[in-house]
Design a protein around this ligand. Structure first.
Ligand SMILES: Cc1ncc(COP(=O)(O)O)c(C=O)c1O
Length: 412
């Protein structure tokens, strides 16, 4: 059966392949410590109780017809206030659209800004930009980032590639690394974009910035996730923010995301998404609006949620540092945000372990630990891995680190 070229050539997710491998092991009766998924085990990290109550209330009040295509006004108003309060960003409800999570909004950003073969710049490791380029027919220019830059692209790297590009896709906090931009790093990138746009004629498309900040509320310690518009207000004209309830409120299955940005882009994205029908359910939208009104509950939830996540990230961080001190060829980056830790396990060339995939298979077999190698995020030949704590119980951490040490010892 012939299908479209686009559908035929759509790559399946590397992460799903690893998930299937894990399922097989579990079927064989093994206890696998699954540190792969960008999701939460709801028994460990559950939705805020008050948000759940509001969802049930909304269904009981029969809020089950179509929502408006741009999203329920009440929720857009609450988001507008929330952005002002937490990030000092001025976006009116008219500049905000709601959708069924962040993904449809990222896709709509690509469709709104890209014509076939238009150039998109993104860095690796990063999440899913390869798929969005494929879906939208974009041609991609990929920047391979370095650990010393927090795995973020630099202004110099972007400057060297900016000619002809119409979209730059950035993400901070970054999936898969859990790192964030430093203010200066991002400021310089904004300057490169603004300078390029000044050079373009009014007949040309400007270069836009897709700024995915879906993890921004999960930032730890004294860190603060910077945003392009606060750093450089002129960036407001070119920046499309992606955001939502998904990660910050352990609401991956609830499906409420939002984008905000220039009016024309938002209007077009709204039209595209209304044809796709990618709305967030109306009851969830009303519930989210009512939940945001319970400001104290929101702050309390975020504080304790972050504490629980950070506790786990810190224990793994310390554990990897201990292994490093003991002489194992591992490394780790200080956690800054999100639910991910970036760890290095450099075993290639030890015995039969020739590639990251071999190392990953070895850890699964010998330590019952599943991680995601960075090649799944487009960074080929990288010895770095994403470790997610979304399904980890506190009391499990010691066992996981012990298993890892035993597996490493066997290779010495
Ligand atoms: C960086 C990033 N952006 C956006 C999303 C989209 O999230 P959702 O569509 O579940 O809201 C994810 C999900 O994993 C993500 O990691």
């Amino acid at each position: 059966m012939h299908v479209s070229e686009m559908a035929e050539n759509l790559k399946s997710s590397e992460i799903i392949k690893i998930a299937n491998q894990i399922k097989e092991k579990i079927k064989e009766g093994k206890k696998i410590h699954n540190l792969t998924i960008g999701d939460f085990d709801p028994k460990i990290f559950s939705l805020p109780e008050e948000f759940k109550e509001e969802i049930i209330n909304a269904y009981q009040k029969k809020e089950t017809n179509y929502p408006p295509p741009e999203g329920v006004r009440e929720l857009r108003e609450e988001i507008s206030k929330f952005l002002k309060k937490k990030e000092n960003l001025e976006y009116s409800p008219e500049d905000i659209i709601i959708s069924g999570g962040g993904r449809p909004l990222i896709y709509a950003t690509y469709l709104t800004t890209i014509d076939k073969n238009d150039k998109v710049i993104y860095s690796v490791p990063s999440w899913n930009n390869n798929h969005y380029c494929h879906l939208s027919g974009a041609s991609s220019t990929i920047i391979k980032t370095k650990p010393e830059n927090n795995f973020m692209p630099t202004a110099e790297e972007i400057h060297a590639n900016i000619k002809g590009a119409v979209l730059i896709a950035l993400c901070s906090p970054l999936n898969p690394t859990g790192t964030i931009f430093e203010n200066e790093q991002l400021k310089k990138i904004c300057d490169v974009i603004l300078e390029e746009n000044k050079k373009r004629s009014t007949n040309e498309k400007p270069i836009c910035l897709l700024y995915d900040q879906i993890y921004w509320q999960l930032v730890y310690e004294k860190n603060k996730n910077p945003n392009p518009v606060s750093l450089r207000p002129e960036m407001k004209e070119y920046t499309i923010f992606i955001d939502g309830m998904t990660k910050a409120f352990a609401a991956t299955g609830v499906r409420v995301g939002w984008a905000f940005g220039p009016k024309k882009v938002m209007n077009k994205m709204k039209s595209i998404l209304s044809h796709v029908g990618a709305w967030a359910p109306k009851a969830e939208q009303i519930a989210a609006a009512n939940y945001f009104k319970r400001e104290k509950n929101v702050d309390q939830f975020l504080n304790s949620f972050k504490e629980e996540i950070y506790y786990r990230l810190e224990r793994f961080y310390e554990g990897f540092n201990d292994l490093k001190k003991k002489g194992y060829n591992v490394d780790v980056i200080q956690p800054q945000a999100s639910i991910y830790l970036t760890v290095k396990i450099d075993l290639e060339g030890q015995g039969k372990l020739k590639t990251n995939k071999d190392v990953n298979d070895y850890l699964l077999e010998e330590a019952n630990i599943a991680l995601i190698p960075f090649y799944c995020f487009g960074a080929e030949d990288s010895p770095w891995y994403r470790l997610s704590i979304g399904t980890v119980k506190k009391e499990e951490i010691k066992t996981i680190l012990g298993n890892l040490e035993n597996a490493l010892k066997k290779l010495k």
